[in-house]
Design a binder for this molecule. Structure first.
Ligand code: PXP
Length: 241
């Protein structure tokens, strides 16, 4: 069975549209867990456009499965992570002007620095995942850095309009998953996945977990979050049951 981590950033996005306390991301986390999510993901951005420090602290207190803090590896956010102690962190690139994370991290460009990040996280018992493109150079870098997990960026696959482009990207994801697993890394994937395109990703045997936000929160507006999470789990595991 492939596991599902639910990204609840967009619950905070709606809250920030008006200010105040509603809707509460922690309530979404509890509902997602009750519906079968195996983890909760939130991204504490430098500009705090959705999730803020208070949210992460509350989530740390109430998440019973696994709290995955997505973060840029900046000094400020590393300090917050070491204070709040999520179960794991996912290191992502971050640009102020982007609407959402636009692509994988270039882990290979800064191996020495990321080694030091992994070392401080491991000292605090925090597992480290790297959000990367499905490329051998990046897999080798994460292996060298000593990361625990790779999260492959599925955005190119998810945005592909023509079948050949989609198939090409799927092959890259399959090959990369095999290679990462052979290097001893755990394999996850995410970005742009929805109720239809998730099926082929979950058929990749090495992928143990996926991370989904937008599609689930979008459906939750119409059907409620409990159903939105349960429907995703059903779509994900049609072929693996
Ligand atoms: N994984 C990572 C590293 C992300 O940055 C995001 C978006 O916040 C996701 C997964 C989830 O993407 P989506 O919201 O498109 O499902």
């Amino acid at each position: 069975m492939v596991l599902l981590s639910v990204n609840i950033d967009h619950v905070a996005t709606i809250r920030e549209a008006r200010g105040g306390l509603s809707p509460e991301p922690a309530a979404a986390a509890a509902i997602a867990e009750l519906a079968g999510a195996s983890g909760i993901v939130c991204h504490l951005r430098e500009d705090r456009r959705h999730i803020n420090e208070r949210d992460v602290r509350i989530l740390r207190d109430i998440v019973k499965t696994k709290l995955n803090l997505e973060m840029a590896a900046t000094e400020e956010i590393i300090g917050i992570a070491l204070d709040i102690l999520p179960d794991m962190v996912t290191i992502v690139p971050e640009k102020r002007e982007e609407l959402t994370t636009e692509g994988g991290l270039n882990a290979a460009a800064n191996i020495h620095y990321y080694k030091s990040v992994v070392s401080v996280m491991h000292d605090a018992d925090i597992e480290v995942s790297f959000f990367i493109e499905p490329e051998q150079k990046q897999i080798d870098a994460v292996s060298d850095i000593g990361g625990d997990i790779v999260e492959f960026h599925t955005g190119i696959y998810a945005n592909a309009i023509q079948r050949p482009e989609m198939e090409k990207e799927l092959k890259r994801l399959r090959d990369a998953s095999q290679s990462a697993s052979a290097s001893g890394l755990r394999v996850t994937a995410g970005h742009g996945l929805d109720y239809a395109n998730v099926v082929a990703i979950c058929a990749i045997p090495q992928i143990e977990e996926i991370s989904i936000g937008h599609a689930i929160i979008s459906r939750a507006i119409f059907s409620g979050l409990d159903d939105a999470v349960r429907d995703m789990l059903a779509a994900m595991n049609v072929q693996r049951r």
